[in-house]
Design a protein around this ligand. Structure first.
Ligand code: 0A1
Ligand code: ZN
Length: 878
């Protein structure tokens, strides 16, 4: 818990560490309720600084002994506070030994050492190591670790830590032990241990250099059969990183452990990744196609961190995007290569434009490299991760694949074994390519989403086409004035026959066919293309070449044209989204003003065309048929009215389904496959079939409902079962209750599947949902101490069910604030995240705005608030 106002940590205040740790020798006597941790640190004073005291971080540690160079200190020789142990100025070289007692069984924050299903595990990023032992808990202190774990062999037969096992045996008291040594110096946030009753799936990978690496995935015995996909994904990721980035694995063993209680997705601890079981366990009967993809992506992400994060790490936590933005970019490229590049891009851009833009336009906006924080755990954000990845993607676009690769080779070589900054990364790319990225660096320091205003003018007589492009970034908290950014702007000009025109700018000798990348560096540019005889339709920001809001005044007809003809798959999809968004916006106005709602003929024709002429990629088609989400539509509105958005969108879904019923049904049946397979092609067919089913279910027609029930009953895989159940969960018919009860009966013992069951009910737009969610908080399938359960029920309700969460009575807000306050003393990190939907209060129409702010104020006025929740609530209101 917190002092009066939490201290703000600032990037500009960074100073190097006064002492380095050369070696950390740790001993754990694992036990519940008490675990004893002995640490022996070999220290060296930083010769670059005047001598200063050694202040170790430590929280909730029962200190039993402290010694310097073998001599035990008396209490008057050190200062112990709530978070520090100050040993004064020590010799240039010395050893410090500490012995502490901790209580992992009481640790509900899931940071530090804790128990999950009775097994010990750790989470040290960002500052969890200080809850394990006294240590300089900062990423620029890198040490070699040896770790000895001892425990009761009956309860904890498996003892794991980072690096290679070097000794094991029995102790006189009947306990057993294993010693692990990690040869690579690392910051303590990459430390991990796991102990428990676990079984492993084993395999090997031979690196390009010919070394054989042991691969092990450790899970509870009941999950032994569910690790095949994770193992396959790991091997794919290892091979891909060698091929695309020239990065090989460096230890003899790579271990992954799955645990049910985990605050985030997974953690890249050196040689010993700890994963949320959601991103490891899969079987066709229990996991959907999306789950399979999520596993592949997260396994790859953590693996890629071995270089982007572990071998080269962050100097301080302000540099978090150095490892996260880069690693997300790497995992995005991997998934694009494993699946469909266009569909992957669409999904990532959807996430960015819906949720990162919301963050960037709200009270919690911060740069990709933040300048200040109170609680670093609050900065594992969409801005640091997703916008950070866009920044790296822009560098890739500006430098080209070869230039970028030369740059990353240089970065890894030059900074291997060091803790560095975002600036160091950009500088390595500059040095390798000779490019000047000084203006580009502003992407790291400037918050907010830039707006590009574009207009085009064709002069048929001069045969020129002039594109005028302006950029400006709106103010964000603490940054009233913004400077122009360096933006890669990819575009094509599409001729009337749907073919890209060759592009030649004034002064250039040759025309380039297809897409070209212009570079924006000023507040305004005019680009004059020559030899343009007919009026083209511009296809702008192809592949979504920069994380900006694009303003260009397309007509409906131009959007329909691009939707049908653009050679850029992303922009083809985006044109459809813009058209649908526009139609829904008009419907909202009609709804508000009490005019009758009518289906837009242009959109209907465009959708009919999509279904009649499906193209090769069924995934892409399925994606194109999906209307913009309610959350995305909200992000586009001022004075958000969630009810108007919901009703307009539902009207459109229903009207489209009514008009397209025969072809939707035909497509549904045509894409049903007799056997379940997992190829990209089969996944695409399933996806399209289920999107058709979703539309048809909007008809509230008994024949279709029967079809849906049949799909649910006969499904031999979770993708089809969930698609049917999700559609049923939205309609008030007896089949809904029956199917939900059946699903519960079948899967009650599988926690991950029960998460789906909770989330489906939480996201139903039926009027009784809030009451249902309240009831479910008392259901045995729910547990406030488990983050997956919290996200599945409460998180899904608050973030995935706008129309019910934003009930005009404010009952949804009251419920959320109550749950945040209930969770905060147990797990502040998850409580703070749960609160984020309320931080958007200023965006809503006046009634909801007041109610949301009222709940935030109530939260903020609560005594004993964690600094996590305090920071979010106070900034939201500030
Ligand atoms: N570095 C991990 C994410 C992570 C961050 C914090 C955690 O606990 C506070 C846990 C995991 C990743 O990017 O995968
Ligand atoms: Zn990461």
């Amino acid at each position: 818990m917190r002092e009066a106002t939490p201290r703000t940590i600032r990037r500009e205040d960074y100073t190097p560490p006064p002492y380095f740790v050369e070696h950390a020798d740790l001993g754990f006597e694992l036990g519940d309720p008490v675990t004893r941790v002995e640490a022996r640190l070999t220290l060296r004073r930083n010769p670059a600084l005047p001598p200063g005291p050694l202040v170790l971080d430590g929280q909730e540690l029962g200190l039993k002994r402290v010694a310097v160079d073998g001599r035990e200190l008396a209490p008057h020789e050190y200062t112990l506070t709530e978070d520090h142990l100050d040993l004064g100025i020590l010799p240039e070289r010395c050893t410090v030994e500490t012995s502490v007692e901790i209580r992992p069984g009481e640790n509900t924050s899931l940071e530090g050492l804790y128990l999950s299903s009775g097994n010990f595990c750790t989470q040290c990023e960002a500052e969890g190591f200080r809850k394990i032992t006294f240590y300089p808990d900062r990423p620029d202190v890198m040490a070699r670790f040896s770790t000895t774990l001892s425990a009761d062999p009956a309860r904890y037969p498996v003892l794991l830590s980072n690096g290679n096992p070097v000794a094991r045996g029995e102790l006189p008291d009947g306990r057993h032990f294993v010693t692990w040594e990690d040869p690579f110096p690392k910051p303590c946030y990459l430390f991990a241990l796991v102990a428990g009753n676990l079984v492993s799936l084993e395999d090997t990978f031979t690196t390009a250099g010919g070394r054989e690496v042991k691969l092990e995935i450790w899970v509870e015995p009941r999950n032994a059969e569910k690790c095949g996909h994770a193992m396959h994904s790991l091997k794919q990721a290892m091979a891909w990183d060698e091929r695309v980035f020239g990065r090989e694995y460096d230890l003899d063993i790579y271990m992954i452990v799955a645990v049910d209680d985990f605050n985030m997705g997974a953690m890249e601890n050196k040689g010993l990744n700890v994963f949320n079981s959601k991103y490891v366990l899969a079987q066709p009967e229990t996991a959907t196609d999306e789950d399979y993809e999520g596993i592949e992506a997260v396994i790859a992400h953590e693996y890629f961190h071995n270089w982007s994060g572990n071998r080269v790490t962050c100097r301080d936590w302000f540099q978090l995007s150095l490892k996260e933005g880069f690693t997300v970019f790497r995992d995005q490229q991997f998934t694009a290569d494993m699946t469909s590049r266009a569909v992957k891009r669409i999904k990532d851009v959807n996430l960015l434009r819906t949720f990162q833009f919301r963050e960037d336009g709200g009270p919690l906006a911060h740069p990709v490299r933040p300048d200040a924080y109170q609680e670093i755990n609050n900065f594992y954000t969409l801005t640091v991760y997703e916008k950070g990845a866009e920044v790296v993607r822009m560098l890739h676009t500006l430098l080209g694949p070869e230039g970028f690769r030369r740059g990353t080779d240089r970065y890894f070589e030059r900074f291997d074994g060091q803790a560095v900054t975002c600036d160091d990364f950009v500088q390595a790319l500059e040095e390798a390519t000779g490019r000047d990225l000084s203006r580009f660096r502003r992407w790291y320091s400037q918050a907010g989403t830039p707006v590009l205003g574009v207009s085009g003018h064709h002069d048929p007589r001069a045969r020129t086409y002039t594109l005028t492009v302006t950029q400006h970034t709106p103010p964000t908290p603490g940054q009233p004035d913004k400077l122009p950014l360096h933006i890669p702007f990819a575009l094509g000009l599409v001729g009337p026959d749907g073919v890209d025109l060759p592009l030649r700018l004034a002064g250039e000798a040759e025309a380039v066919a297809g897409t070209r990348v212009l570079e924006l560096t000023e507040a305004e540019h005019a680009f004059v293309f020559e030899a343009i005889g007919t009026t083209p339709v511009p296809s702008l920001l192809r592949g979504y070449s920069a994380p900006v809001r694009l303003r260009y005044d397309y007509s409906d007809a131009e959007l329909a044209f691009l939707m049908a003809h653009d050679t850029d798959e992303f922009n083809r999809w985006d044109a459809g989204q813009r058209l649908a968004e526009r139609v829904i916006t008009r419907l909202m106005a009609d709804y508000r003003d009490g005019r009758p709602l009518r289906l837009d003929e242009g959109l209907l024709a465009a959708y009919r065309k999509l279904l009649e002429d499906p193209g090769a990629d069924r995934r892409l088609l399925a994606q194109a048929l999906m209307l913009p989400s309610e959350a995305y539509l909200a992000e586009q509105s001022d004075a958000i009215d969630p009810e108007a958005i919901h009703n307009a969108r539902e009207f459109l879904r229903h009207a489209l389904a009514q008009e397209l019923r025969p072809i939707l049904l035909e497509s549904y049946h045509a894409h049903r496959d007799p056997d379940y397979r997992v190829s990209p092609e089969a996944i695409g067919r399933r996806r399209l079939k289920n999107v058709c089913l979703g539309y048809l279910m909007a008809l509230h027609d008994e024949t279709i409902q029967a079809l849906c029930m049949t799909q649910y009953r006969e499904a031999d895989n979770m993708t089809d079962a969930m698609a049917a159940l999700a559609a049923l969960a939205q309609v008030d018919i007896p089949g809904r209750i029956e199917a939900l009860a059946h699903f519960h009966g079948r899967w009650r013992d599988d926690p991950l599947v029960m998460d789906k069951w909770l989330a489906l009910q939480a996201t139903s737009s039926l009027p009784g949902t809030l009451e249902e969610v309240k009831r479910l908080t008392r259901h045995p399938a729910f547990n406030l101490r488990n983050p997956n359960k919290v996200r599945a029920l409460i998180g899904a309700f608050a973030s995935g069910n706008p129309v019910r969460f934003h009930d005009p009575s404010g009952a949804g807000y009251l419920f959320l604030a109550d749950r945040v306050l209930e969770l905060d003393p147990l797990n502040p990190q998850v409580a703070a995240r749960l609160l984020t939907p309320l931080t958007q209060w200023r965006r809503y129409e006046p009634g909801r705005r007041a109610l949301m702010a009222g709940e935030l104020k109530r939260v903020l006025a609560t005594p004993q608030l964690s600094k996590d929740v305090y920071e979010i609530a106070s900034k939201a209101l500030g």
